[in-house]
Design a protein around this ligand. Structure first.
Ligand SMILES: Cc1ncc(COP(=O)(O)O)c(C=O)c1O
Length: 372
């Protein structure tokens, strides 16, 4: 850091470690020379067919382009005025923090979870209250559930509560009854943000109807996962008019570029949605057979249940996450080491690829098994 930057940079940013996105760890440019299998960012291995019409690119786009907003509202079963399109769900996260938190405020996060809630809060100078998920053996969905009592005990200190459902990187749902209890008990204190980035992989589990029932609920969505458009950067914040009006005070004047709006609207047509659903069915089947295989490997201590397009594996002393990562990397397959996350020592996350990629993954793990 130069003296000038050191003098001027906000104090809280001096020691901040930026989010290590999958693409910062391994860029596409570095991998260009060899054919790389990307199973480290929970992307869709398939791309939808889309077209662009540049004839109006000399004009600024509409603030919230109508075909896009109507298309998403129709797909999600909400009203167009309840939809805000953003530059990915990540912008939705940042916008919520910029709108509802100052430097004296806090957000609540429940790790292990998606890293951008904390990073966005910290870059904005907002505090982060960490209330880890609890191991609950009797739960019928997952062992990892919200610590409701602890969250409620901290509700007056926080403005936003981020709940990721299904959760990344563990892959499972948290109990809806707990979510509702938190929403109802924080009605006068907090906005509860339900991150449904992976909801298409378990569509019946959506909480989207809660935005009509409660005043303090926001649902985040994205086209980056099931819709196969991570490169497009398009997400949605779904909420009531009051929260929406506040967010619209802060968002950029032209948040969605014209090509993004055009492409995204096409993928929300009936044909586009059918394409997405057929890919989800295929990826869910590949995920389930991967889970069946993973349960037979002696180096796997635990296969986390998954309702998403990724599976988290906890490894035992026979194999370290670093060795597993290296073994795959040598064959140009990128997985994600999650061992740095709270409670996730020696874990790797495998995004579900196409059939041929998953056969390769299964075969590499089988060879590891034979070599032990
Ligand atoms: C849980 C979760 N929320 C939000 C995002 C960000 O999505 P987007 O690509 O729409 O910014 C991700 C991306 O991996 C995610 O896993």
């Amino acid at each position: 850091m130069t003296d000038l930057v050191n003098k001027l940079i906000r104090t809280e940013l001096k020691d901040l470690v930026p989010y290590e996105s999958a693409r910062r760890l391994f860029s596409m440019a570095n991998a260009a020379e060899v054919e790389t299998t990307w199973l480290n960012a929970n992307e869709n291995p398939y791309v939808p067919t889309v077209s662009i019409d540049p004839s109006m690119y000399n004009r600024y786009p509409d603030f919230q382009p109508e075909p896009l907003i109507k298309g998403y509202a129709n797909y999600a079963g909400v009203l167009p005025e309840q939809v805000l399109a953003t530059r990915g769900a990540d912008e939705g996260i940042e916008l919520l923090i910029r709108t509802f938190c100052s430097s004296n405020d806090n957000i609540i996060i429940c790790p292990p979870t998606y890293g951008m809630y904390a990073i966005s809060a910290k870059t904005h100078g907002t505090g982060v209250i960490t209330i880890p998920l609890l191991e609950k053996a009797s739960s019928n969905t997952s062992n990892l559930q919200l610590d409701v009592d602890n969250i409620l005990a901290n509700k007056q200190k926080a403005n936003l509560i981020f709940i990721c459902c299904p959760n990344n990187p563990t892959g499972d749902l948290v109990n809806i009854a707990d979510i509702i209890k938190i929403i109802e008990s924080t009605a006068d204190d907090c906005i509860v943000v339900l991150d449904e980035a992976y909801i298409e992989f378990c569509a019946e589990a959506t909480s989207v109807s809660l935005i009509n029932k409660y005043d303090n609920v926001v649902v985040l969505r994205t086209l980056s996962k099931a819709f196969g458009l991570a490169g497009l950067r398009c997400g949605f914040t779904l909420t009531n008019n009051n929260i929406m009006d506040a967010l619209k005070k802060v968002i950029a004047p032209y948040p969605i570029s014209a090509p993004v709006a055009q492409i995204a609207a096409q993928t929300l047509s009936p044909d586009g949605i059918n394409w997405m659903k057929s890919k989800v069915a295929e990826l869910n089947a590949l995920r389930d057979s991967f889970i069946t295989n993973a349960k037979t490997w002696s180096f796997v201590e635990k296969v986390y249940p998954s309702q998403t397009n990724f599976v988290l594996l906890k490894l035992n002393s026979k194999l370290t996450a670093a060795t597993a990562m290296q073994t795959f990397q040598q064959q140009n397959i990128l997985l994600r080491d999650q061992s740095k996350q709270l409670m996730l020592k020696n874990t790797i996350r495998v995004s579900i690829g196409n059939q041929q990629q998953m056969e390769q993954v299964n075969s590499i793990f089988s060879k590891v098994e034979q070599s032990l």
